[in-house]
Design a protein. Sequence first.
Length: 279
Amino acid sequence: MISNKKIGIIGTGNMGEAIVGGIIASKVSSPKNIICSDVRADRLNLVKSQYGVATTKNNLKVVRESEILIYAVKPQNMAATLKETSAAMNMSKLIISIAAGVPLAVIESCVKKQLRLIRVMPNIATFVKEGAAAIAGGKHAKREDLKMAKTIFDSVGKSIIIEEELMDAVTGLSGSGPAYIFLIVTALADAGVKMGLSRQEALFLSAQTILGSAKLLLETNEHPGRLRDRVTSPGGTAIAGIHTLEEGGLRTTLMNAVEVATLRSKQLGEMMVKNFSRQ
């Protein structure tokens, strides 16, 4: 489906490079079918030497030579990059944007064309091929387009298909979520140090516990409440700890964090739309 298509990636920063590496490692495509562009020569040299892909500083060349395009540029640079490359865009190309806060309608308005557009919200775990990504199709995107986008982002983790109106909620949950988890890992490790473990031991046990718990949840597909019950024996240590977490309002705090982050995502998106209209 994708293996013979030419894939272009505009922007080879951390996320762009992670996508290149995932595509190649999972054999979704081969280096000969991938071309990347960036404004920084050092980034292009890195992806060329490490992954064997073609590189150029010419964004327009990437668009002209590709059937699937991934715009992995910063949101504030998206308008300028779209206008620079719009001449080569048409309905024969699938265009995927990972620019946070930039709606698909704004992209179409910017280039003044109808396009097969897809918007994706990945997260930082993409770098270790354990990303969580949400995919939303534009009004001209076909079912096959969504399948191709899912194949690409499944190569760097796992993905789901949603409606675009839910992207802010995704940003608040899985987009910002790693920051919450890093805070939790640090807090657990601090507790371990307080109880006598070394910092290295406490950090390892904290991070591995979260990794293993998440894997157990995903692989068994059991409700987290049932898995929790397996750990909380009557009168035991886990139920005593849970009682303290509930007393401290952990669940309410996490729910509030996702809600506030979602609202902030909406605010930033509105600001981004205004900035696009000025350019």
